[in-house]
Write a protein that binds this ligand. Structure first.
Ligand SMILES: [Zn+2]
Length: 244
């Protein structure tokens, strides 16, 4: 195992890559019109080295800061990434903490004319079989069928976790748990506050409320109904079946 620091190692790898890119780009074949076939091959190799550069750059934490380059832009002194440019890929460590993005919240008190311009983030990940999505938006105007006037959709941050047929959603004002397999086929389910329901009905609900000494609500536990509790074997994809 190497004891070299990630920064030093990356710098060395990038230096080697830059040498290879220089070697290819300055190759005499590229100036020789008669050997066009080889030139095409070299151009392709240059493209592939560019891809390697992109992937190596994902390991860079831009430790040495940015330097000025053309057109008033700034580029990382190590990997050459332009400051603020979009990145197409993410790099995560296999072991340890995996972080993607920072906590994003609505940024404006303004009501935007369209959902598209109000949207700040809409992203999702499937992580070992559980799906997590995050949407963040500023307020925007929307027309709803059956309403004459536009309504304002509030600024919000919505987080949704889906595991099998159970969906847990959180937004600025609600925490909700939905058992998708039990939803009515048509229309919405009934809903009521606890105190509105008769004890007989409550006894059928597998729900436990948690509260502190002062009677403040601190949490809720829901026992999974039998159907959701069964651990279904994951279906193998065609590729996995072939590898068996
Ligand atoms: Zn960098």
């Amino acid at each position: 195992m190497t004891t070299e620091l990630p920064k030093a190692r990356l710098k060395r790898e990038l230096r080697r890559l830059y040498h290879s890119m220089d070697f290819v780009s300055r190759h005499p074949v590229l100036r020789d019109g008669h050997r066009r076939g080889q030139g095409t091959k070299l151009a392709e190799i240059y493209q592939q080295l560019g891809l390697a550069w992109e992937f190596l750059g994902l390991r860079c934490r831009h430790w040495d800061g940015y330097g000025r380059v053309a057109e008033g832009k700034q580029a990382c002194r190590i990997c050459g990434k332009i400051r603020g440019a979009d990145e197409r890929w993410l790099l995560l460590p296999r072991e340890g903490r995996k972080v993607i993005g920072r906590k994003s919240v609505p940024t404006s008190g303004k009501v935007f004319p369209k959902q598209k311009t109000a949207r700040l983030l809409s992203d999702a990940i499937v992580f070992h079989g559980a799906k997590l999505s995050v949407e963040v938006q500023n307020a925007y105007c929307s027309s709803l069928p059956g309403f004459d006037q536009d309504i304002t959709i509030a600024a919000d941050r919505m987080v949704r976790l889906t595991e099998d047929d159970i969906v847990c959603s959180l937004d600025a004002s609600l925490i909700s748990v939905e058992l998708r397999g039990r939803r009515p086929k048509r229309g919405l389910p009934y809903s009521a506050f606890l105190w509105e329901l008769p004890r007989k009905r409550l006894k059928a609900f597998p729900v436990m409320l948690e509260y502190d000494r002062r009677g403040r609500f601190v949490g809720i536990t829901i026992f999974k109904p039998a159907r959701s509790r069964t651990m279904r074997r994951p279906r193998l994809s065609t590729q996995q079946s072939l590898n068996r």
